[in-house]
Ligand binder design. Structure first.
Ligand code: HEM
Length: 367
């Protein structure tokens, strides 16, 4: 009798959890009930990673951007190549460039452990890690909208097509952002992400040797670590204070000291000049607009409700394993209901691994 009540309670819990996991709107409080320790865990790991290497903050921020611009913020960027996945990691803008994947792996592992099961999506981890990175480097905070689910696909071609190139001019950049539902203000504010991190010489070489819209002393300085031939992978900071979130990126543009052509394009006599000027002397305006645009970017084509899945390894699509678990669950359930004596001794729900697999399964199932 007692075992029957426990069974009924467990079934109720499974369905209750499955229903909450199927919410189709994002909310900053999405994990508050289901795993209140998830967000503090992400923050702790991001802070440790940034403490170890300050550049990592910029790298993690960029991962979220490169995820959102390719089929939406769905962690498609994190999928490794397989016979069916054409990994975005191998697209031109990402190959030998995007980094921080190991930090995301570590976050995923520890969050799943503390939550007792894989309930936090990789897409949400990217969004929260981006925010925590910015905060760790002195930037603004914002409430991250949560409840994204992870894709089962990735697209190298789309990554090549959608991610902006460092040689784009202003009209091309505006168009690129418009394609994602982002406006000129978003473009300028989000480009302020280049207050953090580094760029490889090969990506700005043409500008420092042949550019016209560039301060000559700045070009000379950059040439010291970026030779005319070779040295393509040598790094330079995207702004002079590359490990601090500040407005130096914008004041630099006014002095024609933007590192990438696409940076300088924002201050080159076009429609975005005024906003660059404003941000250069008004850190509060920059911080507020940056936070708003990050939230807007984080909403691009998110998967919610029954769409997508929650991966247990951010690099891999969940697959047959869960189907087998489900079948196993069904078989056991049928026998349980039939009170088949032979299976009475099966500890149906005493096994936590099985229970957690079933919970994931219910979250991933398309009813
Ligand atoms: C506007 C169009 C953009 C272009 C053309 C662009 C291009 C680039 C390029 C070429 C690099 C250097 C990559 C390398 O050396 O391997 C870079 C680095 C970076 N980008 Fe962007 N980016 C853009 C927008 C953004 C946005 C919107 C963000 C974030 C909100 C961002 C954040 C970063 C960060 C933080 C780095 C440094 C990463 C590191 O040091 O690991 N970028 N970007």
């Amino acid at each position: 009798m007692a075992s029957r009540s426990i069974f009924q309670l467990q079934v109720f819990l499974i369905f209750a959890l499955a229903t909450t996991a199927f919410s189709s709107v994002l909310s900053p409080y999405y994990y508050e009930k289901v795993c209140p320790k998830a967000l503090p865990t992400i923050k702790r790991i991001v802070e440790a990673a940034v403490y170890k290497e300050r550049r990592m903050g910029g790298s993690l921020l960029r991962l979220h951007f490169h995820d959102c611009f390719v089929q939406g913020c769905d962690a498609s960027l994190l999928l490794d190549a397989t016979s069916t996945i054409d990994s975005e990691k191998n697209a031109r803008p990402n190959l030998n460039s995007t980094r921080g994947f190991e930090v995301i792996d570590q976050i995923k592992k520890e969050v799943d452990k503390i939550c007792g099961r894989p309930v936090v999506s990789c897409a949400d981890i990217l969004a929260v890690a981006a925010r925590d990175s910015v905060v760790a480097l002195g930037g603004p905070s914002w409430k991250v909208q949560l409840g994204r689910r992870d894709s089962t696909t990735a697209s190298r071609n789309l990554a090549n097509d959608n991610l902006p190139s460092p040689i784009m001019d202003l009209p091309a950049l505006i168009k690129n952002f418009k394609n994602q539902g982002l406006n000129e203000k978003d473009l300028v504010a989000l480009s302020g992400g280049h207050t953090l991190g580094l760029s490889q010489c090969g990506l700005f070489k043409e500008r420092i040797y042949n550019g016209t819209n560039i301060d000559s002393d700045f070009a000379k300085e950059r040439r010291k670590t970026c030779p005319r031939t070779g040295g393509d992978t040598k790094f330079s900071p995207l702004d002079p204070t590359f490990a601090r979130f500040d407005t130096a990126y914008f004041s630099n543009l006014i002095k024609k000291k933007g590192l990438l052509e696409s940076d300088q394009a924002l201050f080159s006599g076009g429609s975005t000049d005024e906003l660059v000027k404003t941000y250069s002397y008004n850190p509060k305006a920059f911080s507020a607009d940056f936070a708003n645009s990050m939230i807007k970017m984080g909403n691009i084509n998110v998967l919610t409700g029954k769409r997508g899945q929650i991966r247990s390894n951010c690099r891999k699509v969940e697959s047959l394993e869960w189907l087998l678990s489900f079948l196993y669950f069904c078989v056991q359930l049928i026998y349980f209901i039939c009170k088949c004596k032979k299976f009475e001794s099966v500890k149906l729900f005493g096994n936590n691994v099985l229970l957690s697999k079933m919970l994931i399964l219910f979250q991933n199932l398309e009813f």
